[in-house]
Design a protein around this ligand. Structure first.
Ligand code: NM2
Length: 547
């Protein structure tokens, strides 16, 4: 009975694709890496416009929807209460969409921009400093969060308004693709999304594990070896598997709340005991730089890069395009997750909440952690860049924390926070992967199914780590995300098509909240049709009588 709930073609299709890509990478790591790198250069080199367009288009589209009547639609029945309070809701969506990478890049991204700035600026110059602080915030800002929010629209709409108990990307494309989604095309859409997500999660692990390992090494002296990193991965897996197994309300919500409180404490500590004034001023000025240059940053592709006397920096490909691609592969998952937790909110609340809380959270991480490192560098109290270039970014991150009062305690808290951040992204990923391979999800996906995907998420990166190729996985994930771009356009179209036609048919228009009950509308239309039919039959009879 329960196995009947599983959508086997999607389940097996996803496994085949994932193994089909990973096994050659494991067997032939060097050739595999070469192929993946060529594919990556091809995608980011030739389709940069497409990636940047998807970001800007998602942002414009969401603002439009939020303030249109489609934004007033409530997710759920007219009297539905919000399933989660705003604090837990924001905590969950942030914890799901953001993993340990924010601790990594939040701390150290500026150092890369400082040495390799955009727009042909001289490295390590005063201008480079300003952009170094601003660009990280931009890459984790409103456009990025818009990419995350877009898929939530059609998914939440079908789940709570049209009340289809299916949490699948393919289902959300039904208004455009019709019954095609019940066939192989639907399976392909879901499998591609699952593949992209597993790749994106691989990137997260590839960054997170060495950083956690450095933290553990600093605190305990245990040397960083493959075995030690394996234990770290296994502990993380255990934590998020337990959380995914316990479900949304007991596991995922509790872990997300802990995550948020711990993050607030660590950030608050750095802010208060670090250079408070420098952090506030630099963050504030960075926001100004971003607002001033928003469209420039969102469209910069270095088109004259290799013409005439210009020298190409490769900045857009290595950063903005890479980032948008990374957000895109995670987006359908975050969309599914945000949709699942948003019952009782209007579409507008969901859109603005996600973009605003998401961006705000990232501004705090980048503003506080990044500018603390930047301050150490500029004030000469610690040469972050020299240290990073010699020992690598993960070691530099931990060393930056060492400069704080009670450095060791802060390193311990930071390391725990990284583990929890990782776990809160992975528990919800497993939850969603499980939901996608089920034909129906009444309240939660099956438990064994959630556990299966929790372990699958880690197994591959673990094996790839042994062949020394987490970086290839990182690049592969970006390549894997390419088809998801088209799925994003499809999802936006789908949402507009479905909600517009429902609004058109609905007589229940009650500003400021539109409540749509699909069944009622269909029933009313049927009655109206019957009435019309009766009416014209009567008229025909009368006509006859007159004759
Ligand atoms: N994003 C937000 O590793 C992580 O933090 C997960 C990364 C897409 C850049 C998400």
């Amino acid at each position: 009975m329960r196995a009947k709930l599983i959508d086997w073609p999607t389940f097996i299709g996803a496994l085949i694709l994932i193994l089909g890509v990973s096994i050659p990478l494991i067997l032939f790591p060097e050739q595999g890496a070469e192929v993946v790198n060529i594919a990556n250069e091809f995608m980011t080199g030739n389709f940069g416009v497409l990636y940047l367009l998807v970001g800007l288009a998602a942002f414009a589209f969401l603002l439009f929807v939020a303030f249109s009547k489609n934004g007033q639609i409530k997710l759920g029945n007219k009297d539905a209460k919000k399933e989660f309070g705003t604090f837990s809701w924001a905590a969950m969506l942030f914890a799901a969409g953001i993993g340990s990478s924010i601790l990594y890049w939040g701390m150290i991204e500026w150092a890369y921009y400082y040495q390799g700035p955009p727009f042909g600026i001289t490295p390590e110059s005063k201008d480079a400093i300003e952009w170094a602080s601003a660009y990280g915030i931009f890459h984790w800002g409103p456009i990025a969060w818009a990419i995350y929010t877009l898929p939530a629209l059609p998914i939440a709409y079908f789940y709570y308004v049209r009340k289809k108990p299916v949490l699948k990307i393919s289902e959300a494309a039904r208004p455009v693709l019709g019954s095609w989604v019940d066939g192989p095309l639907g399976v392909i859409i879901d499998v591609l999304f699952m593949f992209g997500l597993m790749g994106g999660a691989g990137t997260t692990l590839a960054l997170g594990t060495p950083m956690i390992a450095e933290g553990v090494n600093e605190l305990t002296g245990i040397p960083i070896t493959l075995g030690m990193k394996t234990v770290i991965m296994l502990i993380c897996t255990l934590i998020f598997a337990v959380s995914a197994y316990s479900g949304l309300k007991r596991g995922i919500k509790v872990l997300s709340d802990i995550n948020l409180w711990l993050a607030i404490f660590v950030l608050g500590f750095i802010f208060l005991f670090g250079p408070t004034l420098f952090i506030s001023e630099t963050t504030f000025s960075s926001l100004g730089i971003i607002m001033d240059n928003f469209f420039r940053m969102a469209t910069w592709l270095e088109p004259f890069g290799n013409l005439a006397e210009f020298t190409e920096t490769g900045f857009p490909e290595s950063w903005t395009i890479f980032y948008w691609a990374w957000w895109v592969v995670y987006a359908p998952f975050v969309g599914l997750f945000v949709a699942r937790i948003s019952r009782g909110r209007t579409i507008r609340e969901m859109i603005l909440g996600t973009i605003i809380y998401g961006t705000l959270g990232c501004v705090l991480f980048f503003g506080i952690m990044g500018n603390f490192g930047l301050y150490l560098q500029l004030s000469g109290s610690f040469d972050v860049i020299g240290f990073m270039n010699e020992y690598g970014a993960p070691a530099a991150i931990i060393e930056i924390l060492h400069q704080l009062p009670m450095g060791n305690i802060m390193i311990a808290l930071f390391t725990i926070l990284a583990v929890i951040f990782l776990a809160t992204t992975f528990d919800s990923s497993s939850y969603i992967l499980a939901a996608v391979v089920q034909k129906e999800v009444q309240s939660e996906p099956l438990r064994w199914n959630r556990l299966f995907w929790a372990f699958s998420l880690c197994l591959l990166p673990l094996v790839l780590m042994y062949v020394g190729d987490l970086e290839t996985l990182q690049t592969a994930s970006i390549v894997a995300g390419f088809p998801v771009i088209f799925i994003m356009f499809l999802l936006a179209w789908s949402f507009m098509k479905a909600s517009n036609s429902d609004i058109q048919e609905s007589k229940d228009y009650e500003p400021p909240t539109i409540h749509i009950n699909r069944r009622e509308i269909v029933e009313r239309l049927r009655k109206r049709k019957n009435k019309d039919a009766k009416h014209s039959a009567l008229e025909a009879m009368q006509d006859k009588e007159i004759e």
